[in-house]
Design a protein. Structure first.
Lengths: 253, 589
């Protein structure tokens, strides 16, 4: 059982929805592939307590605030990264290391806006060998994919994605990974591939990008980080454990 | 409307290794030289200082030092029956951009190619007869031999402070070096780097199996070094942030702190950065280049006349400029006629990922770009082509170039891609896995070529260049046979689990494979199958020279920067000592 599953935020959210019976109503107002407009009318009332009025908001994720994701999308992303890299006995989970905030900042910045993507038409599907051919920036793709999956989850589970149990979330993620869910707007494999790529990036990138809080993912695997200088160590430490407190770029400036 | 500028003597397009070498070597001529570089200026301080340069996300994942394909890219298809589509983001290969070019973010592996690589056709036919060459393979000799180039290889190694161990000095084979290499006049300027644990294991395994391992020739300086031009190198830190990064220690040889500052010191040299060359302009005879058209950072169009023009952009960029300028006949695979775009080739990798038990501690993060142990027993013609069933093998090596965790967290095949089981596998294997890799040669074929795309354009309105490329049977056999050898080596190293890897077939532009794109403007002895003569001079336009890996008739199982640098010295020697004294064709057609 993940810590997310036990968090008050989750329970509170589900209870809130049950209590007021709004889950179904919210779902029915979500237009296909357009959760953003739905947020404006539906989300504030139920979204605020979830992100700003519970203990969950005191997590690392809450320290930053969201620049790109709206309140429903950030709930989705937090739950998604928590499912992709859960907190367990091996080591920290992506959510507690701030990976949702990492993804948010990436989507708000140059990468998310396609600053290194060729986006001229015409657009054709092509072969897998020809690579990415969508007329969408990463941020447009992620936003559309979240909306698609949200609609799917509402339809099949009568819930938001983050409102699902850890087990059900993992089942949805497994179905996305296995291409068992066909999304209406974005190709499932492309969306899932980007979501997973961003999650792993945020987990292992330098902490200055918002994830890998306290260099915890580096500590877990034994990567010493940015303060790398080993000309005097490489020979003496052959086949011997080298342990050093990992340092991020900001720790060394 | 282009503003016409005052004429200069020499114009250099692209300021990486080859443009830098040529600009520096021509300084003594007192000629007025201008270099145009499409990217910006850069220097070790402040652009590559530590700790900021040790940023995997920015440099390795987001390609900060690479070409931005938003402005100009290529289109790609596997075969003529497909419609080419744009390479919308970088993947399979990573051309550089900015002063120093790809010479800033390379790994520093600095080979002399094998003698066979210089004379691939002659040596193959002499040994096996014509019949062994597949009918669609364009197997061609270089117009010069290894021995012709030997002094220039030596010069480039000394410029770069290459660290290694010779295996053949004046014909004397030396154990511990590469006994398959061509005869050298001199040892490497620096001793080999310190081997990492995985390399010690690989070397032992290779010897046990009867092979001939040796340390990679590495332009990551194994000690403090001053090159013959007086340029100081620091000792390599083994920091593990090398490929895709600049070097904070000036230990990894790069043109930005070696040849380019020496070129810039020349009062007759002028560097214009953020200047994109759109085309080379010819006179009415089409036999003389008169100027180039370029855009500055503000998008203003200029025409820069020059007496002598050198195209020294990345391999693909040079071919692109020739096609846009209408220089040389574009290659047509239907007729087999034409030369520009012909013989585009690549490399094929693969090998084995060796997983060890937890008692084997590799400290993979203590690494350097060129830190590795290699063997050439199955490279060039060091093995039997008939028995193997393919031509042109590959170097097999175990490298320790760093273990930056976004891109390097190996897990055995069958591990889930996410979830608790994935995380456990990452932790269990992060420092207990090594890669035994093949760097496979790719030959040139009738059906693999570069041309202009009929549909897509760059932001300047020019057609994109179109790449038509696929791995052929010869290479598919090779990558599979070499992967089997890598598996055997991994077993001998004591791996408890081994994943056998081959590159995607058909060739895919998506996963990173190699920034060793070659061909498209090859040099040769016959103008019907080459764009350039042996001095890298365009057959049809004698005041135009082209450098870089685009000149290789086919690829080798080795990194290309060694011969690319050596050929730049070779060409500029010919320019200085022959062409400038008597401008005109240096080889009769």
């Amino acid at each position: 059982m993940s810590t997310r599953d036990k968090s008050q935020g989750d329970v509170g959210r589900r209870d809130f929805l049950k209590l007021f019976g709004v889950a179904g109503a919210a779902a029915s107002t979500l237009p296909l592939g357009g959760s953003a407009s739905a947020n404006e009318t539906v989300a504030p009332a139920i979204g605020k307590p979830r992100h700003h009025g519970t203990d969950a908001a005191k997590s690392h994720a809450g320290d930053w605030g969201y620049e790109f994701f709206n309140v429903d999308e950030s709930g989705f992303i937090e739950a998604a990264v928590d499912t992709l890299i859960p907190s367990d006995s091996t080591g920290p989970g992506a959510k507690e290391l701030g990976v949702a905030n990492y993804i948010d900042r990436q989507m708000a910045g140059g990468y998310g806006k396609g600053d290194r993507l060729y986006l001229e038409g015409p657009f054709g599907e092509g072969t897998p060998e020809q690579g990415y051919q969508l007329p969408m920036t990463p941020s447009e793709l992620i936003r559309a994919g979240i909306a698609d999956v949200s609609v799917y989850v509402q339809k099949n589970h009568k819930s938001t994605f983050d409102g699902l149990s850890a087990k059900d979330r993992a089942a949805v993620i497994a179905d996305l990974d296995g291409k068992k869910i066909e999304l209406p707007t974005v190709p499932t494999a492309t969306f899932f591939g980007l979501l997973l790529q961003l999650t792993i990036e945020g987990y292992f990138a330098d902490p200055m990008y918002g994830g890998n809080k306290d260099r915890a993912a580096w500590k877990m695997i034994g990567f010493p980080g940015a303060g790398a200088m080993y000309m005097d160590e490489i020979e003496p430490f052959r086949n011997k454990p080298y342990t050093a407190e990992p340092k991020g770029i900001q720790d060394l400036i | 409307m282009a503003t016409k500028l005052n004429a200069v003597d020499v114009l250099i397009v692209g300021l990486g290794w080859t443009g830098g070498i040529i600009a520096k070597e021509l300084a003594s001529t007192k000629l007025k030289i201008v270099a145009l570089e499409r990217g910006g200026p850069r220097d070790t301080n402040p652009d590559f200082i530590d700790p900021q340069i040790h940023d995997e996300l920015r440099y390795a994942a987001r390609h900060d030092l690479m070409q931005n394909v938003r402005r100009e890219t290529i289109t790609f298809r596997n075969s003529e029956s497909q419609t080419a589509l744009p390479m919308r983001q970088l993947g399979s290969f990573l051309p550089g951009q900015g002063v120093g070019g790809a010479g800033v973010h390379w790994n520093g592996v600095t080979w002399r190619w094998l003698e066979w690589d210089h004379q691939a056709r002659t040596r193959t036919v002499d040994k096996y007869g014509e019949k062994i060459i597949p009918s669609d393979m364009h197997l061609q000799d270089w117009p010069i031999t290894y021995d012709d180039l030997e002094p220039y290889y030596d010069k480039f190694e000394k410029t770069c402070g290459t660290s290694g161990k010779a295996g053949n000095i004046n014909g004397r084979k030396i154990d511990g070096g590469n006994i398959f290499e061509g005869s050298r006049k001199d040892e490497y300027p620096n001793p080999p780097m310190i081997a990492a644990q995985s390399m010690v294991m690989f070397e032992k395994a290779a010897r046990n199996l009867g092979y001939h391992p040796f340390p990679n020739p590495s332009s990551n300086a194994s000690r403090d070094y001053v090159n013959p031009d007086g340029v100081a190198f620091g000792q390599c830190h083994y920091c593990g942030f090398c490929e895709r990064f600049g070097c904070e220690a000036n230990a990894k040889a790069s043109p930005h702190f070696t040849v380019i500052p020496l070129a810039v010191k020349n009062p007759n040299f002028e560097l214009r950065t953020n200047s994109i060359v759109l085309k080379v302009n010819l006179d009415s005879t089409r036999k003389k280049a008169v100027s180039v058209t370029y855009l500055d950072a503000r998008g203003r169009e200029f025409e820069q006349p020059a007496d002598l023009i050198v195209l020294s952009a990345y391999a693909l960029g040079n071919v692109n400029l020739l096609l846009h300028s209408g220089i040389g006949e574009p290659y047509d695979p239907a007729t087999g006629k034409g030369v520009v775009g012909r013989n585009y080739a690549y490399q094929c990798g693969g090998g084995a990922t060796a997983f060890f038990d937890k008692k084997t501690i590799l400290n993979r993060f203590m690494g350097a770009g060129a830190l590795g142990t290699c063997m050439d027993d199955f490279n060039g013609d060091n093995y039997d082509f008939v028995k193997a069933g393919y031509i042109g093998g590959g170097g097999i090596s175990c490298s320790n170039s760093g273990a930056r965790p976004i891109q390097s967290h190996p897990t055995p095949r069958g591990t889930p891609r996410w979830g608790s089981d994935w995380k456990k596998a990452v932790v269990d294997n992060y420092d207990h896995a090594a890669s035994v890799g093949n760097q496979g040669a790719v030959m040139a074929y009738r059906q693999n070529y570069l041309s202009l795309d009929p549909t897509y354009t760059d932001v300047f309105g020019r057609p994109l260049m179109r790449m038509t490329f696929n791995f052929q049977d010869n290479e598919i056999k090779q990558m599979n046979a070499q992967a089997d050898i890598c598996v055997t080596l991994a077993k001998e190293m004591g791996a408890t689990k081994i994943d056998r890897n081959v590159p995607p077939v058909p060739y895919s532009i998506v996963p990173y494979q190699s920034t060793h794109n070659t061909g498209g403007a090859v040099f040769g002895a016959d103008p019907s199958t080459s764009v350039l003569n042996k001095y890298l001079q365009v057959w049809d336009v004698p005041n135009l020279f082209v450098t870089g890996a685009c000149v290789f008739p086919q690829n080798a199982g080795k990194n290309p920067t060694g011969p690319v640098g050596a050929l730049a010295y070779w060409a500029v020697d010919a320019i200085k000592n022959q062409y400038l004294k008597n401008p005109g064709p240096l080889v009769d057609t």
